[in-house]
Design a binder for this molecule. Structure first.
Ligand code: KIV
Length: 276
């Protein structure tokens, strides 16, 4: 059954919301067969797919390219496009036009934007244009140059108060859920209890309404940077390496391709060809 935006409100205070990132068609086909509630095409693709050391270089066109592929593979999942750096920061018109592309061109159902109070005019304009928005506060990766790296946020009284205020302002603006990234568990719990909309944690502990994670991290296929909160549910990196090594050996040893992998030709045709 198709998941819609209602999955978020219906699960608040009842059951946990599960979310995961995805960047390509083949993986999306697999996710579509699972019970995952929603998929985010994250701008983390700038790191795990493109090999950059941050998410900052990702463009709107690239997000649309990947989201289109994921949409085709996962038609039944509520799909969110992550707005990349500088596509919603400059002015309201730009923000609405770019967010609108997520729905019009990539067929996502919502967008996610990083930031709090300072982004509210853009977020309100997107929602007025009927574009559902998911908020994202805490260790927001597009702000690493301000933070001085990937550092846990909300550890001082002032920072924690600012995050609580940002969550309340985002709720007031009309976002349907908020991602809390890289903040202490107790702070995430306080924020979650203050909101009527769900919180989705990543490195925010247990007392949130749901979890989101980068798929490459939990499947063991991206190991350039593994944060403390990542749990590996599979070791695909090692499996891929082993599979490729076996392939190379079988090619070298003449074991692959075998009889069952080759195309046959009719004997009469073969006899003619041999005489050519
Ligand atoms: O870009 C991303 O993948 C994200 C999630 C990790 C929340 O923003």
């Amino acid at each position: 059954m198709k998941t819609t935006i209602e999955i978020f409100s219906s699960k608040k205070n009842k059951s946990k919301i599960s979310m995961i990132t995805c960047y390509d068609y083949s993986t999306a086909v697999i996710l579509n067969k699972t019970e995952i509630d929603s998929i985010l095409v994250g701008d983390t693709l700038g790191m795990v797919f493109q090999g950059n050391d941050s998410t900052l270089p990702v463009t709107m066109d690239e997000m649309i390219y990947h989201t289109k592929a994921v949409r085709k593979g996962a038609p039944d999942k509520f799909l969110i496009l992550d707005m990349p750096f500088l596509t919603y920061h400059i002015n309201v018109e730009d923000a609405v036009r770019n967010a609108g592309r997520a729905l019009k061109e990539a067929h996502a159902e919502a967008v996610k934007v990083e930031g709090g109070e300072e982004m509210i005019d853009k977020i309100k304009a997107m929602i007025s244009a009927k574009i559902p928005v998911m908020g994202h506060i805490g260790l927001t990766p597009q702000s690493i140059n301000l933070f001085g790296g990937y550092k846990v946020q909300g550890k001082s009284v002032d920072d924690a108060k600012k995050l609580i205020n940002n969550a309340l302002v985002l709720e007031e603006a009309g976002v349907f859920a908020i991602v809390l990234e890289g903040i202490p568990e107790k702070l995430a719990e306080i924020i979650t209890k203050k909101l009527t909309i769900p919180t989705i944690g990543i490195g925010a502990g247990r007392y949130v309404d749901g979890q989101i994670i980068v798929i490459n991290d939990i499947l063991g296929i991206y190991e350039d940077f593994v944060p403390k909160f990542v749990k590996k549910y599979a070791n695909l990196g090692a499996d891929i390496k082993k599979g490729i090594e076996t392939y190379i050996k079988e090619v070298n040893d003449g074991i692959y391709p075998a009889e069952e992998h080759v195309y046959k030709i009719n004997k009469e045709i073969l006899d003619i060809i041999k005489k050519v």
